[in-house]
Design a protein around this ligand. Sequence first.
Ligand SMILES: C[S@@+](CC[C@H](N)C(=O)[O-])C[C@H]1O[C@@H](n2cnc3c(N)ncnc32)[C@H](O)[C@@H]1O
Length: 366
Amino acid sequence: MARSGDTLPFSRYMALALYAPGLGYYSGSARKFGAAGDFVTAPELSSLFSECLARQCAQVLAAIPGGSILEAGAGSGRMASDILTELARLDCTPKQYFILEVSGGLRDQQEETLRERVPQLVERVTWLQGLPDPGFKGVVLANELLDAMPVHRLRVEAKGIREYHVGCEAGRFVWRLRPVGEPGLEDAAARLRDSLDEPLAPGYVIELGLAQPAWVASMGERMRAGAMLIIDYGFPRRELYHPQRAQGTLMCHYRHRAHADPLILTGLQDITAHVDFTALAEAGLSAGLALSGYTSQAFFLLGNGLSEALERRGAGVRPDYLAETSAVKRLTLPGEMGELFKVMALTRGVSEPLQGFSLQDRRGRL
Ligand SMILES: C[S@@+](CC[C@H](N)C(=O)[O-])C[C@H]1O[C@@H](n2cnc3c(N)ncnc32)[C@H](O)[C@@H]1O
């Protein structure tokens, strides 16, 4: 983009803004998660989240003897340490806990967190350089992983579609519309539009993630037995590409302020897009996995004993009980994370119904 007039497809810009070595948001060493960072994820809010997830892992691990856990995109390492703590309490710690993480800075932070919080279990943790070899058995966890993968941004026009690119003008990044470049993207957009009940009106902005279903399919093909649990914000396809979301779902986070302009604070802010859960289910099925559950985060956590976990901590006795009940509200209330965040389970060789989907299962809506 050195010359004026040069542009990059938005998906490439997003990939560089988040992951360019040394410059991308996730490559830097600044704190990202929690009160001192830019945004709060569920495992940072309260360890109750990871305790519930651990109980779902325990059920799968009981069905898959010798299984491990593989967490992709492990953030600060907090979820890994809380899951290991709860599994140890339940006396079913897996021999190995793998972490797949693209950011070198976060890998260091994860190791530090684990050494500090679970020194007795850190030897079980191994960082992978890439997807596991085929034959993986156990649980794959992806919390807010897929919303951090790049998306293509397209605009519906009276005749066909064009792709949003990013250019540079007077030292600032600006939007540019260009013919669709990448082979296959136009076909993917056409398939998407054909699958919707209502046509998308001219001006509609489509965010199309090709990397997300591709990741689910590649991971699924490597799973010999077990469950992949995907937790993220998003919707089934029909709801995601609803006329009400005509401007897309891009969201940026910088120091606890959320806004929709990815062209500012490049490399300093997080950029995310909602996930198309129908596309993820299709990708899992194409890899031979079974769709074993889809529900909201609230129902998933309650199905995995959230209320009991809170009670176990001793209602009214501990001084931080109030903070914990307020975290539970944020994790479960529909206006907070409870409804926007969904959980999907894709499994192979697990016949038992998963407890996280026992209270409500919305597979029919996909
Ligand atoms: C929004 S953060 C979520 C972190 C953590 N799961 C949490 O909930 O606190 C996204 C994480 O995914 C990682 N990531 C993004 N793309 C990845 C990929 N293809 N493989 C592994 N990790 C990835 C990022 O570096 C970061 O750790």
